[in-house]
Design a protein around this ligand. Sequence first.
Ligand SMILES: [Fe+2]
Ligand SMILES: [Fe+2]
Length: 392
Amino acid sequence: MPVVSTEIVAPDIYWVGAIDWSVRMLPGYYSDEGTSYNAYLLMDEDITLIDTVQAQFGFELLEKIKQITQLDVVKYIIINNAENDHSGALPFLMTQLKNATIVTNKICMDNIIHLYPSLKNYQFKIVNNNTQLKLNTHTIHFIPVPMLHWPSSMVCYCPETRLLFSNDVFGQHIACSERFLDQIVLKDHIIQLMREYSANLLGPFQVPLTIALQNLKQLKIDTILTGHGISWRGDNLITAINEYTQFSQNKQLKKKLTVLFQSMSGVVNTAAQIIMQTSSHQVQFCDLNITNLTKCALSAYNSEFLAIGSPNYYGQTTPLVESAIHYLRGLNLIKGRKVMLFGSFCWSDKAVAIMKEMVENAGGTVVSEISFKMGVNEITQSALINELKKFV
Ligand SMILES: [Fe+2]
Ligand SMILES: [Fe+2]
């Protein structure tokens, strides 16, 4: 049996989650550093588990609870989000926590019964933003945050301890032994992971994010306990809130150029190198032959400018360029950007026109188009450098 350890993260609150050190592929998301599924046990007269973990970690979660209390005294399990990384262990837990009631909102209940039909046989308590769950010394308030990032998502707040259990909001995908940013040496790395998470999960949801931030502003919060990765407390709270505020207002955009391309014979790669060396802005290189879409989205997240390049591939763009534009479009990471398109061809020059249509459909503004026949020569190189001046 693995060694399990619990951890007090705030008065009366134990972290009982699981660290997934080896996962690299989450739904649609390449996580280079694994993740954690954070769950918390709140000790009060009515003992309450807040969120669960992926199904395969259910036994580990149960062992952690056993180290703290008897299983039959757990009164509530709050489910803030139906998604399986937070609810996967619930069917197993309900067979073990004999006296627990599932506390969640109506949409979430419908979703989890859909995901796990056996749960319809258990007791639910449906909550909304007017509900308060009194546990004795602690009270739990429920705040819906629809589309952050599931329709059923909510966060919950304890006014007595000024604690927000934020589920997917304010999280990052990282497996590590630390729980709070103040325990981390490379703090900027966590901020960068938070941006990656925002870009790839919250990209299309700036409006719901704005509404959620307005609602959270009404609360006095000292600690945010996230559903993934590192949590926030003290002076670091403002860092997390500022990041989200900037993003909700599109103020994260910088004079930065993301050069995103796939090269087949090397011509588009040559053009990309010229762009990178000539641009007067900060440049980030996303060679699709070696860069995954999660990292491309992170780069586009704060780039005001995009340069997208593809050779003509049998009258189309390359498959990876097409899928990258498709991915970024879904995340709203082309919308509002100024875009340069560059391509190469031998006899049929179609790729740039196709990319133009895709980028414009995604809400980007094409400010420059250039394509190279056979290769980049001196004339086309100076033309390319000239085109780059349109990125101002
Ligand atoms: Fe999650
Ligand atoms: Fe999620």
